[in-house]
Write a protein that binds this ligand. Structure first.
Ligand code: N01
Length: 502
């Protein structure tokens, strides 16, 4: 037990992981498998699952094939009931991993982490949460890039009499059957929500600021035969995963090197739209005018058919104002609604957690990023001035084409190597900390910028959560997942200053 600078007596642990979603759970498993026992996982909600727990909206499912959206150490062939898993299957999978891998004893639930402060004298982090206090040699920030909902400020919103909520905070008590529901946004969440709502609501009014590119989602039930085959011969599941990985790597290559090669996907998406929507006027409103891939490519086979229904209206304009139950679009049109759903995405480049992490010199991570060149890290994982802070899915680690689990697992190798480098080097050596060198940080980010400059995301043709307010791409990884894995396989000690306790 140790005292924090200004808080209650805290329990000391070697590692504190913040978040029990895909990355936090993965960290816990790899820590245990690596022989570590002295760690806790602090989770703000009442259970594991992260984004798959938060996003309870109707139709919620994964747009990455099931076999690829799983840890390599738990391929999960026996869990998947569909080729693209629904939320329930993924939740069950994560719960099962937590059970079978012995993670539960490390979980500290309902711990909303409020402050994480570096103590430079003691070389440890002081953590205060809603339910306790800890000190930790190393903090692993596994809070997820898509965990803080973004809701636009709309004048008059407080005058709306019906339920209003964000897609990631679905109000299950709200009655939407036979009601008029408005949905704001047309991203990956909205394309799943709209068909589900259209099936029950009296009317759906969709506010579309920018039409997305949508490709068919080749989802189907997993047959008993293939499940038995994968369970009996796990190599067949591994081959399937490998093929899915390879196909998506090719798309990733086009994103960064050959955006022109994506034209074939545009033709496919247009044909998909033509097949589902007969009305030429609606088709035109739904046709994007930017290169596919500039924003996330969406996969759905029921979005366009839903929009073609007479009780679904597409407004090609943002929501400008709310006057009671009347919603006024930017183009001046207005209509009544009973409920309002914001499918408006997340605070990706301005994550609230960065305001709660205070590094050397009393500077928050948010300040460091603001005063610097935006949300940046060394190898997507560490930031100068924040020793012993390891971020999972940190800056420039997101993907537009394949499974984020691949990136998480790569970073977990880095985490274990990082911990190894903190071990005492000689008898009697005290606690150690690793602070990334600004030169290494700059070199890494200069390399990223050079590669991003050629990518489809930086064409300026679209606005997306990939770019921050200054138009910098501080979210996406511009390369193959194999390249990232190699980049974080080991920690290069030359990129860090190693500080030891006096
Ligand atoms: O959010 P988004 P999302 N007025 O940011 C619009 C992952 N995910 O929750 O395009 C009006 O993509 C905005 O308009 P525009 C996946 O990585 C994965 O849908 O900026 N509209 C856009 O249409 C995904 O990329 C799965 O013009 C406003 C929408 O809101 C990420 O989560 C499933 C607005 C926001 O789209 C985020 O997806 C679901 C405003 N003021 C999500 N502000 C899987 O299957 C924003 N918009 C794995």
């Amino acid at each position: 037990m140790r005292g924090t600078a200004d808080g209650p007596v805290a329990r000391h642990v070697r590692v504190a992981v913040i978040g029990a979603g895909f990355s936090g759970l993965g960290a816990a498993v790899r820590l245990r498998r690596g022989g570590h026992r002295d760690f806790v996982v602090l989770e703000r909600s009442a259970g594991v699952g992260g984004t798959w727990r938060d996003n309870g909206y109707p139709g919620c499912a994964c747009d990455v094939p099931s076999h690829l959206y799983a840890y390599s150490f738990a391929p999960g062939a026996q869990w998947w009931s569909r080729t693209f898993s629904g939320r329930q299957d993924i939740r069950l999978y994560l719960e099962t991993v937590a059970d079978t891998e012995g993670v539960r004893p490390h979980l500290r639930l309902r711990q909303d982490v409020r402050a994480v402060r570096w103590n430079a004298d003691r070389l440890h982090w002081e953590i205060t949460s809603s339910g306790g206090a800890w000190t930790a040699d190393v903090v692993v920030c596994a809070t997820g890039p898509l965990s803080a909902p973004s809701v636009p400020q709309v004048p008059g919103l407080d005058t709306f009499p019906g339920p209003v909520f964000h897609s990631a905070r679905w109000d299950h008590g709200a009655e939407l059957r036979d009601r008029r529901v408005a949905v704001i946004g047309t991203g990956a969440s909205a394309v799943q929500i709209v068909p589900a709502l259209a099936a029950v609501a009296a009317g759906v009014r969709l506010f579309q600021r920018t039409p997305p590119w949508v490709l068919p989602r080749l989802d189907r039930r997993v047959t008993d035969l293939e499940r038995r085959l994968h369970q009996r011969y796990p190599v067949t599941a591994a081959v399937r995963r490998g093929l899915q990985w390879g196909m998506r790597e090719l798309v990733g290559h086009a994103f960064t090197r050959l955006p022109g090669a994506l034209a074939g996907y545009e033709a496919l998406a247009r044909a998909h739209l033509r097949r589902a929507v007969r009305d030429p006027g609606l088709r035109e409103r739904l046709t994007p005018d930017y290169r596919i891939g500039c924003k996330r490519i969406l996969l759905s086979s029921d979005y366009y058919p839903a929009l073609a229904q007479p009780h679904v209206e597409v407004v090609t304009s943002a929501l400008a104002e709310v006057r009671g139950s009347r919603l006024i679009a930017e183009d001046g049109t207005g209509a009544e609604a009973d409920a309002l759903v914001f499918a408006t995405g997340f605070r990706v480049t301005d994550p609230p957690v960065a305001r709660r992490i205070v590094g050397t010199g009393g500077r928050t991570l948010a300040e460091a990023w603001r005063e610097g060149d935006g949300m940046r890290a060394l190898r997507g994982t560490t930031v100068p001035g924040f020793p012993n802070l390891v971020m999972l899915l940190g800056p420039n680690t997101a993907l537009g084409n394949t499974s984020m689990v691949l990136m998480i697992e790569s970073q977990l190798s880095y985490l274990l190597d990082y911990l190894r480098l903190l071990e005492p080097r000689r008898e009697g050596e005290g606690r150690a900390a690793l602070d990334p060198l600004p030169s290494a940080f700059r070199a890494w980010n200069d390399g990223l910028d050079a590669r991003l400059g050629r990518s489809v995301w930086n064409t300026g043709a679209c606005v997306s959560w990939y770019l921050d307010g200054e138009g910098r791409n501080t979210t996406l990884w511009p390369g193959s997942t194999g390249r990232f894995r190699r980049a974080v396989r080991r920690v290069d000690p030359r990129e860090y200053e190693r500080i030891t306790e006096a």
